[in-house]
Design a protein around this ligand. Structure first.
Ligand SMILES: Nc1ncnc2c1ncn2[C@@H]1O[C@H](COP(=O)(O)OP(=O)(O)OP(=O)(O)O)[C@@H](O)[C@H]1O
Ligand SMILES: [Mg+2]
Length: 553
């Protein structure tokens, strides 16, 4: 039992740097797993209570205490501890995994992969931290921010696990760069949609033979698909054209890269599980990206008029090879416009890493004004996309880029990733879009609002607020309350301008919010789209209950 409970003991061969990285990785892993336990296991079972200055929870009969800061972001002010024989001992990820297993296996068949995934994620963080010390970050604030997510999703039990070997060579967090592999696809098996002309620029040194069209590929994915590729390469349906002329830069999703010759982002399939999904472009998503890009153009035009600074990254085309579903999806690449090189990934703002000095300084100097501008620029267009246009934007921290003015204040938001963007059923003309593609693009209004509320109000805004408040030391709790009061005012002013849509009225009166249950998805080995949601307290609750009746009439 003891070896399971002891903290991650430094190994004999550890250098001081390595030991430090292992400790940081363990701390981050405990924190992420404990957040999931609070939200998904102990919270819903009523086994969490406050005993200031601590929050206590019980997991499989074991008492755990933590000093929680940052409201619903659940940041821990000191290492969480568990009670053994009357003494508080540091909580380890190994113990927490055991407690999850003991707590959840009563209800089902258990999950013998879970502990391995948590440990793999922790070890990946250690390796990422070590690799970063030897590598130079990309030039430019945008790409540096894409590569700043060393610890990853704060509410996922195994945020950095990658269930395939060789991942470090392609890891954005390790500042990897690598050339693409180039294939030629014979015209009779070429599959293409929308505008893909940008890809032809990659042909410069490759000389695609007549009768073939160039198809760039992620080198990792080609390794993973090697067995399936052997036949089409042997019989000439595909040809291997070697490597791209310049290295690409992977962005935070790992599989989407910035390609400097075309200037585009290329979203590849990767047959690797990253958080909850094996990252494959499904065939209907290839077509769906193009269909959505056409339909979102006027919507973003209207949003940019009403909320100056709003932008998006269209996905104008895709290419693949019609060689059966596995290769069609496995080789499918979606083209995406690149943002300005100075935009910043919202998740990097939340993690407070790789930020330009002016942004960090302005946020620290004027936290309330900075936050008000952030809410106006980021939240209002995402809410208006839903309320006024029937468009669901998956505005989580990794799908939003934030523009800042020269003085460091937020000045606009750029929304990306059309895989998660959906149209509310009945509000759009999908004539001409094949049934399965249209089906995958559509949500009911309830499904859509759940997604908007989770991405924006659970995944995104609370993390930014907690980071701002975290800078205020002992004054953090007071500042956090002030930030949510300001958010209420901004959202209420917007709701009033749209004559109080029913969902905005509910939101501002404080209805609980839906939080995606990432631990439960991993535990049950379910598909991400089958993920359940647990209700969490709404940070906008209790701000101005009377006021809403007054203004809403
Ligand atoms: N707070 C966060 N919320 C959601 N995802 C996060 C967060 N922090 C890190 N991530 C990571 O970002 C990625 C988000 O997945 P998502 O499905 O949006 O991207 P994708 O579709 O693979 O690629 P792209 O965003 O380039 O279209 C995952 O790898 C996830 O682990
Ligand atoms: Mg994304």
């Amino acid at each position: 039992m003891n070896s399971l409970l002891s903290p991650d003991v430094p190994r004999a061969e550890d250098s001081p740097g390595r030991a430090r990285h292992r400790a940081t990785a363990e701390e981050a892993t405990v924190a992420a797993l404990l957040r999931c336990c609070l939200r998904e296991i102990a919270g819903p079972r009523g086994e969490v209570w406050d005993g200031p200055p601590y929050t206590f929870l019980r997991l499989a009969g074991t008492l755990i205490r933590a000093r929680v800061r940052g409201g619903m972001a659940l940041r821990f002010a000191e290492p969480p501890a568990w009670l053994e024989d009357g003494a508080w001992r540091p909580l380890t990820s190994a113990l927490l995994v055991r407690l999850v297993q003991a707590g959840l296996s009563k209800n089902d068949d258990g999950n013998d992969e879970f502990g391995g995934q948590v440990a793999a994620s922790r070890d990946a963080i250690t390796r990422i931290l070590a690799a970063r010390e030897r590598a130079a970050p990309p030039a430019g604030p945008w790409l540096a921010s894409e590569q700043a997510l060393t610890i990853g999703h704060p509410f996922h039990p195994s945020p950095k696990a990658r269930d395939a070997t060789g991942w470090l060579r392609y890891a954005p967090e390790a500042h990897a760069t690598f050339p693409l592999r180039l294939l030629g696809v014979r015209h009779d098996v070429l599959l293409s949609g929308g505008d893909t002309t940008a890809l032809d620029k990659l042909d410069a040194g490759a000389a695609t033979p007549p009768g073939y069209t160039l198809l760039p590929a992620h080198p990792w994915q080609l390794d993973l698909l090697a067995a399936d590729l052997a036949a089409p390469l042997a019989d000439g349906r595909l040809v291997d054209l070697g490597h791209g002329s310049r290295p690409v830069v992977p962005t935070s999703s790992v599989r989407t890269v910035h390609e400097p010759v075309s200037g585009m982002c290329l979203k590849f399939s990767l047959d690797v599980r990253i958080t909850n999904c094996v990252r494959k472009n499904a065939w209907y998503e290839l077509e769906g990206a193009v269909a959505l890009s056409e339909r979102l153009e006027p919507v973003f035009g209207a949003l940019a008029t009403r909320f100056p600074g709003t932008g998006w990254l269209p996905e104008p085309g895709f290419r693949s090879a019609a060689l059966g579903t596995r290769l069609l999806e496995g080789l499918g690449v979606i083209l995406r416009a690149s943002p300005s090189p100075t935009a910043l990934l919202a998740a990097a703002l939340a993690a407070a890493t790789a930020l330009p000095a002016m942004v960090a300084e302005r946020q620290a100097a004027e936290p309330v004004r900075w936050w008000a501008a952030y809410v106006r620029h980021v939240a209002l267009p995402a809410l208006d996309a839903f309320c006024a246009h029937g468009v669901v934007l998956e505005a989580h921290l990794q799908n939003v880029l934030v523009k800042t003015a020269p003085d460091g204040m937020p000045s606009g938001a750029v929304f990306r990733d059309l895989e998660g963007a959906k149209l509310v059923a009945g509000r759009h003309d999908l004539a001409g879009v094949p049934g399965p593609v249209a089906g995958a693009l559509t949500y009911t209004a309830d499904q859509g609002w759940n997604r908007v509320a989770y991405c924006l109000l659970v995944n995104h805004l609370p993390e930014i607020a907690a980071t701002i408040a975290g800078r205020a030391g002992d004054d953090g709790d007071r500042l956090l309350a002030e930030l949510w009061g300001v958010a209420w005012d901004e959202l209420a002013a917007y709701a009033r301008s749209r004559e109080w849509p029913a969902r905005m009225r509910d939101l501002l009166s404080g209805v609980p919010l839906p939080a995606k249950a990432n631990l439960s998805v991993r535990w049950s080995r379910a598909a991400d789209r089958a993920a359940g949601y647990v209700p969490v307290a709404n940070p906008l609750a209790g701000r101005d209950g009377d006021g809403i009746m007054e203004v809403a009439g």
